[in-house]
Design a protein around this ligand. Structure first.
Ligand code: PGA
Length: 243
């Protein structure tokens, strides 16, 4: 899955070297980033002209040099190993005193750079799979903002915090659903049995603000890369295989 998604991204960048890219973090992205680094190191993917990168979210509060930060994860897994110009990287600052100003500026930066051409996303766990940290009930019109994380999300992410939920921040800064929907192209990655219900809820069940990821059904240009387990409950997929 990671390799396929990296190949799609690499081919997009080869065709659009000045692209503006949106990245996501989390367990699903690990193999994707490793494969993207491989595209650069082994297959000469040049990222030097990428005009901007924007990350989906960051914990709040969170210092950028904390090893639990998405800032740290992005540099460690991708940015330190490819030739993206570091001046063009935009990650929400989880140590800001003024989240509102920070989020508004992030929105402005996206616009200033001509929007996001390719946004990569993971999806959260069922029964209300999120995208970014847009949790259950997030308005489809939501902009980049400070949000409170649900107990389920903090439980799911405790594995990155020594399995101690108390260590998982209670809040996060996240790109809004409206912001994500403005991206020209969206690439969704899903792997593992845990995401089988998420994929069905997101891509085949009714569109509702209760299920933030279901908004993606209204986007004209979404590519989903899923492994067999994550795709196992998609009816359209089994129909496609039958024919
Ligand atoms: P995961 O998270 O890749 O760690 O499962 C995905 C998400 O919450 O969007």
């Amino acid at each position: 899955m990671g390799r396929r998604a990296a190949k799609i991204t690499a081919s997009y960048i080869r065709n659009h070297p000045y692209a503006s890219l949106g990245f996501a973090t989390g367990g699903t992205m690990k193999t994707y980033f490793a494969e993207l680094v491989r595209e650069h190191k082994q297959y000469g993917l040049d990222l030097s002209a990428v005009r901007a990168t924007f990350n989906l979210d960051e914990y709040y509060p969170m210092k950028s040099d904390d090893i639990h930060s998405y800032h740290w994860e992005m540099y460690h897994c991708l940015f330190d190993h490819v030739n993206i110009d570091k001046r063009n990287i935009h990650i929400l600052d989880g140590s800001t005193d003024n989240p509102k100003v920070q989020c508004d500026e992030f929105e402005k930066e996206i616009k200033l750079h001509g929007g996001i051409d390719l946004q990569v996303l993971g999806i959260g766990r069922p029964p209300y799979p999120h995208i970014g940290f847009n949790e259950r009930g997030s308005s489809f019109d939501s902009p980049t903002r400070l949000v409170e994380l649900t107990e389920e999300t903090r439980k799911a992410n405790a594995r990155f915090f020594d399995y101690k939920i108390d260590k998982v921040p209670t809040h996060a800064l996240t790109m809004g659903l409206a912001t994500i929907m403005e991206a020209q192209n969206i690439l969704v990655l899903a792997c593992g049995q845990i995401k089988a219900d998420s994929a069905r809820l997101a891509f085949e069940d009714p569109i509702t603000e209760e299920v933030p990821a279901s908004i993606l059904q209204m986007h004209p240009n979404v590519t989903v890369v899923a492994d067999k387990d994550a795709a196992s409950k998609l009816e359209m997929l089994s129909l496609a295989l039958l024919h």
